[in-house]
Design a protein. Sequence first.
Length: 81
Amino acid sequence: MITFEEGLIHLNGEKTREYVRMRKEDPREDLGRQERQRQVIQVILEKGTTMSGLTSSISNFKGLLTAIEGNFRTNLSLEAM
């Protein structure tokens, strides 16, 4: 059983994956999982728009897209994104 402390937490990649995929341990099941996924995406977007985050995000943008490319589909080219 996977558990996470209530409140603000810092997660590495593996723990983040466990956090957003957790469903059976959540009394709200899929609704809770969807909410956690939105939270994580929102934090990623917020961190990516800060100046320090923006600098590192831009330099790692192509690597980030390569890492997640198997998890989504789009008809946009890398340049369009």
